[in-house]
Design a protein around this ligand. Structure first.
Ligand code: 9MR
Ligand code: 9MR
Length: 588
């Protein structure tokens, strides 16, 4: 009955809105929490200074307010006016009308407004599983056969060692496909796994209850951790057990065509061991050891294996401190040439810091602390696959009470760095054209800009968890609003959500599966004025350089390291009211 009613209301609202619908009103197309700020933006000249909020079912005006003064965007030629309807707190479905501009898409106000999209973003990882078939029960109309089995992967000449000469065959099954392509990269798995494991470390009670309808949902391990396990088991196969070094990636020599996974049978290789991959692996396995220790009964021995693997990797890195992955150089020396994603980081200081931090938080051994002190560097930048230093800050700050007392002062200073960065964002975003921290710097609009927004959200939520000050939560929410539609493109960047979301992501299964709708719960890369794909872009300024074409890997691909921070951000917004209650209860 409830469903029928909401269908009727959706139908009514589309009829009522049929007249004068505009894309110029940019808002969180999914919804707003009744008790938190509600802001939309109008990105077209308005004749009057007024706006109305209307009930989507009855078309009654429930609220009216004044538009802000005009704001000039610093990231495009757009000017905007802000629509603040925070004072309207009643749950329901609404739309906004700006006289002379038009009516917005309809949206929800209520509790748990981000629950479904957050769950779908996590489910997105299930859809990226490489060696499993996705059945109708869990994948719906996106069911598909298993992809690359990776049970016979060839040691590429760049990866040869005495005991595993070139041409040796190993098994490296499982793990998520990285993105729209079908390869598996350790460096990018690193930050992705950290982000999901950290979501669990920050909100365990929330994730213990969460069911995302994956094949493992009925076992006694939280779904989030089951998903992480699927990739962890693959990562463990990427370590050479003889010396501890970790292969940089498991890959085809060149990208597959736009076909379903497993259709092409091109040989798969593990290529060169690298210090970045090995340190990222050491970090993830040290963190996994900490988290899975709590599930020793269900997963006997796993935590210990992870910690041994981590130490072995660390020791390899100590003996090989600066082995870069440089694909051009590699291709001059070895064949076949490898032309898939490089993830070739040139600065490893941050990888050292992060791996040391995870190993220190897990083992409390002084030697790791010494590395932390040596590699700590300010100013810290938002995390990305190539810049993982901040992850060390988060981990040490989170676990500071459990660390040896000699670490306290250093960690307190690291927490201060997080707070400084959070303050820069929280103190300035309300002045921007789209009322979001995204775009405070024009450099936010890079390949995968959506992850910049989500990672800024995580940073702000770390600050919130230290201070419990609402301003950080609200600033984080501003970036959720950005991702879900309050931005210069007018898109909600998560497939399958909102009124206008990507229909043609650069995602091979979505292109090749014959299903009109793209695989849901995937976050598009977002505006990237670099436009390295040379596709047609309707707009080219930093915050508008986005195109919903499947050729556009530079703005419209999807990737695990972009989905993960969006999972964290949106689930955290859902979990935080719950965790506050929980802490109060616990302290009684
Ligand atoms: O599909 C590939 C995508 O995953 C990468 O991010 C991108 C950049 O490395 O490359 C894509 O593959 C394209 C290749 O680089 C050039 N030929 C067309 C391929 C598919 O669009
Ligand atoms: O996310 C990566 C981005 O930072 C780089 O600029 C870009 C070009 O090297 O590669 C991106 O990563 C792609 C990877 O190389 C291959 N799989 C798809 C990834 C997302 O586009």
């Amino acid at each position: 009955m409830k469903q029928i009613l909401s269908l009727i209301s959706l139908f009514l609202s589309s009829v009522l809105q049929g007249q004068g619908l505009t894309e110029a009103i940019r808002l969180n197309q999914v919804g707003y929490y009744h008790h938190l700020p509600k802001v939309a933006v109008v990105a077209a000249p308005a004749q009057q200074n007024i706006f109305f909020v209307l009930d989507a079912v009855t078309a009654d005006t429930v609220f009216k307010g004044r538009l802000s003064d005009e704001r000039k965007s610093t990231n495009s030629s757009l000017t905007t006016r802000v629509i603040d309807f925070s004072a309207w707190q009643k749950e329901g479905r609404y739309y906004i009308d700006v006289p002379g501009v038009g009516k917005s898409y309809s949206f929800a106000i209520g509790k748990e407004v981000h629950r479904a999209v957050a769950d779908a973003l996590l489910k997105g990882f299930y859809f990226q599983r490489s060696d499993q078939s996705l059945d109708g029960r869990h994948a719906g109309k996106w069911k598909r056969a298993a992809g690359h089995p990776d049970t016979a992967v060839v040691i590429h000449p760049s990866a040869a060692s005495a005991l595993r000469p070139a041409g040796t065959v190993i098994a490296s099954p499982g793990g998520w496909y990285d993105a729209g392509d079908y390869n598996k990269y350790i460096v990018n798995s690193g930050i992705t796994m950290y982000t999901l494991l950290t979501a669990y470390e920050d909100f365990p009670a929330y994730y213990k209850k969460l069911n995302t309808q994956i094949p493992e949902s009925n076992d006694s391990i939280p779904d989030l951790l089951n998903e992480v396990l699927y990739n962890l088991r693959w990562m463990l196969t990427m370590q050479d057990p003889k010396d501890g070094g970790v292969y940089h990636k498991c890959t085809n020599a060149g990208f597959d065509g736009m076909v379903m996974p497993g259709v092409t049978k091109a040989p798969r290789y593990v290529v060169q061991k690298s210090t970045a991959a090995t340190l990222d692996f050491a970090a993830v396995t040290a963190q996994a050891a900490r988290v899975f220790k709590l599930y020793n009964k269900e997963l006997p021995g796993l935590a210990d294996s992870c910690l041994s693997a981590s130490r072995l990797a660390w020791n390899w890195a100590v003996g090989n401190p600066d082995v870069r992955y440089d694909q051009d150089q590699l291709n001059k020396r070895f064949s076949p040439p490898i032309t898939t994603g490089a993830y070739g980081d040139r600065s490893l200081r941050d990888e050292w810091l992060w791996a040391a931090a995870e190993l220190f938080a897990t083992t409390k051994q002084k030697a790791f602390f010494d590395t932390i002190v040596k590699h700590r560097s300010d100013p810290v930048v938002l995390p990305s696959w190539a810049a993982v230093g901040m992850l060390a800050y988060y981990t040490l700050a989170r676990h500071q009470l459990a660390l040896p007392s000699y670490a306290r002062a250093t960690v307190a200073a690291m927490e201060d760095s997080i707070m400084r960065k959070a303050n820069q964002l929280a103190d300035n975003y309300k002045k921007t054209a789209f009322y979001t921290t995204m775009g405070l710097s024009q450099r936010d609009f890079v390949w995968g800009s959506s992850a910049v927004a989500a990672n800024a959200g995580i940073l702000l939520l770390q600050a919130y968890q230290f201070t419990r000050q609402q301003k950080y939560l609200e600033a984080a929410l501003s970036n959720a609003d950005y991702l879900l539609g309050r931005n210069a493109t007018g898109y909600c960047f998560v497939t399958g959500f909102g009124t206008r979301s990507p229909r043609h992501p650069h995602h091979r299964p979505s292109v090749a599966d014959g299903v009109a709708d793209p695989v849901p719960g995937l976050l598009a890369g977002g505006p990237n004025p670099g436009r390295q794909d040379s596709c047609d872009y309707p707009f080219t300024e930093p915050e508008t350089a986005y195109t919903d074409l499947d050729c556009s890997y530079a703005s419209n691909e999807i990737a695990i390291n972009w989905n993960a921070p969006a999972v964290y951000l949106l689930h955290a917004l859902e979990a935080i009211p719950a965790s506050i209650t929980l802490r109060k209860n616990n302290s009684r």
